[in-house]
Design a protein around this ligand. Structure first.
Ligand SMILES: [Zn+2]
Length: 189
């Protein structure tokens, strides 16, 4: 039976690296995969996913209008050996899109592996993460540590001077320079 997985973590825990490695493992065995990545994330170009250690792959860009189930049905019609679906930055999916992922698993029997942040820089759940936490078959935490050595579970947004920012839009794409992963204690301070 296929399952829906949510691999969640704070920023910079190596999620994209894990996704790319897993996808590569399928392809190495002659099995095709589909990778979705958010359209708003253009750090490496639209429809590109890249990890900090240099792995990269082509991906299907999504915004809130893309029906992931319909896209996978159409892809499977062309690629009979489609065996796994991956979603990068899955916190940006809508509730309806998480429902579509459950249908890919339950109706098409294709495993779906999603990777994303649990909470935003205010400590609030993202919509996509909220429903993945609620509906995924398997929740897997990817652990990373705060500068103090405790487990980092929060994402602090910082300005270019390294000072914490407490307000602003939930979605602001950036890499190492914009966010740091910290433990709950240092987030509160
Ligand atoms: Zn700490």
């Amino acid at each position: 039976m296929a399952k829906l997985y949510f691999y969640y973590s704070a920023m910079n825990a190596g999620k994209s690296t894990m996704l790319l490695q897993s996808s590569y493992n399928y392809q190495e065995r002659g099995m095709a995969t589909v990778i979705f990545t958010p359209k708003i994330d253009t750090r490496y170009g639209v429809g590109k996913i890249q990890s900090r250690i240099g792995l990269n792959a082509d991906a299907v860009p999504f915004d809130s209008t893309l029906n992931l189930f319909d896209h996978v049905v159409a892809t499977k019609a062309k690629m009979d050996n489609l065996k796994c679906v991956f979603v990068d930055e899955a916190q940006f999916l809508s509730k309806a899109q998480i429902k579509q992922l459950t249908e890919i698993v339950d109706k098409l029997n294709i495993p779906v592996l999603t990777y994303g942040l649990r909470t935003d820089f205010r400590g609030e759940l993202f919509e996509g993460s909220q429903y993945l936490l609620g509906w995924a078959d398997e929740l897997v935490e990817i652990k990373t540590i705060c500068h103090c050595g405790r487990k980092a579970i929060m994402n602090m947004r910082i300005d270019d001077q390294g000072r914490p920012i407490k307000t602003g839009a939930q979605v602001e794409i950036g890499g190492n320079e914009r966010y740091i992963a910290v433990c709950r204690k240092h987030f509160a301070e």
